[in-house]
Design a protein around this ligand. Sequence first.
Ligand code: HEM
Length: 225
Amino acid sequence: MPLSKFLINMGTRRNRIGWRFIVVLTLGAAGFAVAPYVLIDPAYSRVQLDSSFKLHFPLLLVHIFSSFLALLVGWLQFLPGLRSTHSHIHRLVGRIYLSCVAIGGVTGLIVGGYTESYIRQVAFLTLAILWLYTGWKGYKSAREKQFEAHRLWMIRNYAFTLVAASARIVTPICILIYLAGHRGQMDGSVEAVLRQVLEVNIWLGTVLNVVISEWIIVKRFKKGT
Ligand code: HEM
């Protein structure tokens, strides 16, 4: 079957709706975050740039665009049937995806060293190490033709890629948790509350994605598929 026809007919109706929802939601959330950087102008950077480190902005851009490309192409690898019907495309996209993860992860480690907030910094560094580690395990298991292990590591790896989207999607939940814990009152301005929320959203997004990916893996294991 040609690839274009395959993409249109992929999976069951329930699968198709689920996939479309996830793809639109995650690409929307991540695309919104990437948008200010398309102009390649440090004046629009939302990240506080360190003037003593000249490569801060260039490396941030490399990080953002390579990571975004990983997020864009990664979901293709999970399309039911694509692996078996178009394995050459699966291999090609896999190489592009893992190269982007390697570049995005290493640059994420470097720019993470300059993140102002200590709590966010530890979150980014933890995430970068987990992202690189699971990517390496996924690559290694594919090279060794251990395809079941490869699938499990790639589910874990893509879950970390999707933290870029889930960390933003959970922001309203973090605000609600804040309000619930403060009897509906804000201590200070909206900006001050948002600053506190942005200290924890990466952690919450990471925990949530790990739980979901491990749940998917356990379900798979039980089904034996
Ligand atoms: C999963 C591993 C990832 C790690 C460890 C990571 C790490 C980082 C770090 C350290 C920063 C600088 C934040 C700061 O200094 O305040 C950053 C910013 C950014 N990253 Fe990532 N990132 C990851 C994945 C992604 C992905 C998949 C995307 C795709 C959209 C992405 C898009 C961005 C964007 C748009 C910014 C700028 C944030 C802003 O304007 O507030 N990152 N990332």
